[in-house]
Design a protein around this ligand. Structure first.
Ligand code: HEC
Length: 158
């Protein structure tokens, strides 16, 4: 009797073990199947991302660029709003480079109130803002193009 029980338990465990390792559980996950499928074609009229990402001016182009916006109080206020959205975390509320995220950087983000920034040609500043050292390559895609010149205006006003 004891022997029979032992055989039954052993057989049960073997079947359970077999099912655990070969069973269908992990294999038929729809998520894995979907992931393995070929991508469906894009819907008609879809615009490739490459056309949406604005191109950062080259150093040569940047040198020739001029600020198209008048330095009105209104435009500077718009620039400030954009700054608070996209830059404050690193460059700080005062533009001194000591934002809450910026503190974790070494070197800390640039102080934007300096004479260096004031005397930088506008286009060069625009380029430094978008693709300068210390910035992630994703920045030109994150900051909308319509905000670019407002941000330059705001930096110059600090
Ligand atoms: C993730 C953090 C981070 C964000 C967000 C960020 N910056 Fe920076 N920024 C830096 C760091 C770091 C540097 C380089 C400091 C260094 O090299 O000494 C830098 C450098 C710069 C410079 C170059 C200054 C110089 O002296 O050449 C400008 C201009 C600038 N940032 C403007 C901006 C503006 C405007 C925004 C918002 C659109 C922005 N940054 C967003 C971290 C950041």
């Amino acid at each position: 009797m004891k022997k029979l029980l032992g055989v039954i338990v052993l057989a049960g465990l073997s079947v359970a073990g077999y099912l655990m390792f070969t069973g269908p559980r992990m294999r038929v996950q729809p998520s894995i199947r979907e992931w393995q499928m070929a991508m469906p074609p894009s819907p008609a009229g879809a615009v490739p991302l490459a056309q949406v990402v604005p191109t950062v001016p080259t150093a040569k182009q940047a040198a020739a660029l001029r600020q198209p916006l008048p330095a009105s109080a209104e435009n500077i206020a718009i620039g400030r709003t954009y700054y608070e959205y996209y830059c404050l975390a690193c460059h700080g509320a005062a533009g001194d480079g000591h934002g809450p995220v910026g503190e974790s950087y070494f070197p800390t983000p640039s102080d934007l109130r300096t004479q260096k920034i004031k005397s930088m040609p506008e286009g060069v500043l625009l380029r430094a803002m978008l693709s300068g050292q210390g910035h992630e390559p994703v920045l030109p895609r994150v900051v909308p193009e319509k905000a670019w010149w407002y941000l330059v205006l705001y930096m110059k006003s600090l």
